[in-house]
Design a protein around this ligand. Structure first.
Ligand SMILES: C[C@@H](O)C(=O)SC[C@H](NC(=O)CC[C@H](N)C(=O)O)C(=O)NCC(=O)O
Length: 256
């Protein structure tokens, strides 16, 4: 359990997240820790999973980073260094743009982009995933998941395009940042990053819409054995997984 405890300390001490909930599922041989900047019923959170006995994972090349909005990137980086955290890109304007950013890594090698922004109710603000066909990915997330294309930006000098997808404006909501690197059609997904989770009022309808729009259902909609929360899961055209969780069931789970 050493890796699990150390990782939690990094999230609370270096990133200022709160440890919201822990659960051990011995019959499935894993433990979860839920961390974030506000309660799980109204905030995007990180779910860390420790699988008994597994001490390392392959992060692959497709997963990019989690974005964290901070009001002063340089100050945050100093604090992270003082706590012994790993900084992989020093604070400064993004190449080809103006936003001040820095990159850090957690003890398992997951990257976090620190982004300088004003105060926000949702500091855990991005999940960056690389995709092989941006138009295909945008169309999938719009039609199958009902997300909006909030903004896109081409950076020809550095040969990539990004598209921000989500359910509300970036300054108040967590978004999916899809990145297309010119000419790169496929990535290695490794075995570390798992999925994002999205709430829904009806997992059965959600699965139907996903199927109609080219998504692959990897878990048929229905209640999870033991806890009865209804979920469905799918992969997008690049193979990135998403789990949809029934709203009311999830709130009941939090009360237990
Ligand atoms: C503010 C927002 O626009 C960004 O931070 S973009 C960050 C930028 N992204 C990329 O370069 C994506 C393409 C890259 N090849 C990849 O696949 O990750 C970035 O990471 N810039 C690095 C820098 O040092 O500025």
């Amino acid at each position: 359990m050493g890796v699990y405890r150390f990782t939690c300390r990094f999230y609370t001490e270096c990133l200022g997240m709160k440890l919201l909930r822990k659960r051990d599922i011995p019959e499935e041989r894993y433990t979860n820790a839920f961390l974030g900047y506000g309660p799980e019923d109204s905030h995007f959170v990180v779910e860390l999973t420790y699988n008994y006995g597994v001490e390392s994972y392959d992060i692959g090349t497709g997963f990019g980073h989690f974005g964290i909005a901070v009001d002063d990137v340089a100050k945050t980086v100093d604090l992270i260094k003082a706590k012994g955290g790993t900084v992989t890109r020093e604070p400064g304007p993004v190449k080809g743009g103006k936003s001040v950013i820095a990159f850090i890594e957690d003890p398992d090698g997951y990257k976090f982009e620190l982004i300088e922004r004003g105060p926000t109710p949702e500091p855990l603000c991005q999940v960056m995933l690389r995709v092989g066909d941006l138009d295909r990915a945008i169309s999938f997330y719009e039609k199958a998941f009902g997300m909006e294309l909030l903004r896109n930006r081409d950076n020809p000098e550095y040969k990539y395009t990004i598209a921000m997808m989500g359910y509300g404006p970036e300054d108040k909501n967590a978004v999916l940042e899809l990145t297309y690197n010119y000419g790169v059609k496929e990535y290695d997904k490794g075995n570390a990053y798992a999925q994002i989770a999205i709430s829904t009022d009806d997992v059965y309808k959600t699965a139907e819409v996903i199927r109609l729009n080219g998504g692959q259902i990897t878990r048929e909609p229905g209640p999870l054995p033991g806890i009865n929360t209804k979920i469905t899961a799918c992969t997008d055209p690049d193979g990135w997984k998403t789990v949809f969780v029934d709203n009311i069931d999830f709130l009941k789970e939090l009360e237990e």
